[in-house]
Design a protein around this ligand. Structure first.
Ligand code: PPS
Length: 285
């Protein structure tokens, strides 16, 4: 096993100051969910940081002051990371919360609440490409210099937070519940404004047109690439090696076409079709 990971109840997550047994136990067993909590849920590299920015902007009525002065990970913290307890336990409502946890690890207190979940999915071949690049720059991730060697890792359940397939299927069990909104990164790339309006409606937030415009402007790819509070440029080079890439990297849908050979794509699609045979995501990814 690559150094630096923590194995916890069927998933593997980065250790090294990110997750500890204690932080994972807090997130999955002890955390007390409230009715007015809003969860930003993703498999890694599916639009987590983007949704952190959008939610921050919606809750500030389009005013960019907060996104320009507070780090994204402070504004919409991960419950499972080492600061989850201190960041979230006593935070006033409504709390904006991020998690990569699979559905089965969400704490029992969630089930008795009306807490809202926004689950963002992304084309898994693009997730694979994005995670491949991220793994080359992040000190705490297993590295494969050649993309072809990364694909089998991605397709295994040894990738972060369990397999992509299980993550998506687990969360989709909530798809008919009124407190669940399913979004797609790929649709957000095509129509950010339409998705921001959808999110506002789901959250019961009434923003006027100018505020919506501001959310869209400040959560654009370029705006986020330039925002030091969201682009992870402050993370030291020993952790994110900026010579090997940037966190806000390319921001497009379909980048996998530049990486997969036809044979690799065919094999990926075969596994996808087998694993996802009862799930139709064709309008989303
Ligand atoms: S993480 O590590 O799980 O929190 O990463 P995550 O934020 O989920 O995903 C990073 C990818 O999201 C892209 N990104 C964006 N795309 C479009 N528009 C905006 N505003 C935006 N912000 C972040 C980021 O560039 C990563 O994707 P790739 O394909 O690597 O560019």
């Amino acid at each position: 096993m690559a150094a630096g990971y923590v194995e916890y109840e069927g998933i593997r997550v980065p250790g090294e100051g990110y997750h500890t047994l204690e932080s994972l136990t807090f997130a999955t067993k002890e955390f007390q969910v409230r009715d007015d909590d809003v969860f930003n849920v993703t498999f890694p590299k599916s639009g987590t940081t983007w949704m952190q920015e959008i939610l921050s902007l919606i809750y500030s009525n389009g005013d960019p002051t907060t996104i320009k002065t507070e780090f994204s990970w402070d504004r919409v913290p991960w419950i499972e990371q080492h600061r989850g307890r201190s960041d979230l336990e006593h935070r006033p409502s409504p709390r904006l919360i991020t998690t990569h946890l699979p559905r089965y690890l969400i704490p029992p207190s969630f089930n008795n609440t009306k807490a809202k979940v926004i689950y963002t999915i992304r084309n898994p071949k693009d997730v694979c490409v994005s995670l491949y690049h991220f793994s080359l720059m992040a000190s705490f991730l297993e590295k494969h210099e050649e993309f072809q060697d990364f694909i089998p890792l991605f397709l295994s359940n040894k990738i972060l937070f369990g397999s992509w397939f299980d993550h998506v299927k687990g969360w989709l069990t909530m798809k008919d519940q009124p407190n669940f909104l399913l979004l797609s990164y790929d649709n957000m790339v095509k129509d950010l404004r339409g998705n921001v309006v959808k999110i506002c409606k789901f959250l019961g937030k009434e923003l006027d047109d100018a505020a919506i415009d501001s959310v869209v402007e400040h959560s654009s790819f370029q705006a986020m690439k330039d925002n030091v509070m969201s682009n992870y440029s402050v993370v030291p080079n020993e952790i994110f090696d900026k010579a090997r890439g940037s966190f806000i990297r390319k921001g497009v849908s379909g980048d996998h076409k530049n990486y997969f050979t036809p044979a690799q794509e065919e094999e990926f699609d075969r596994i996808y079709n087998e694993s996802m045979k009862d799930v139709d995501l064709s309008t989303l990814i």
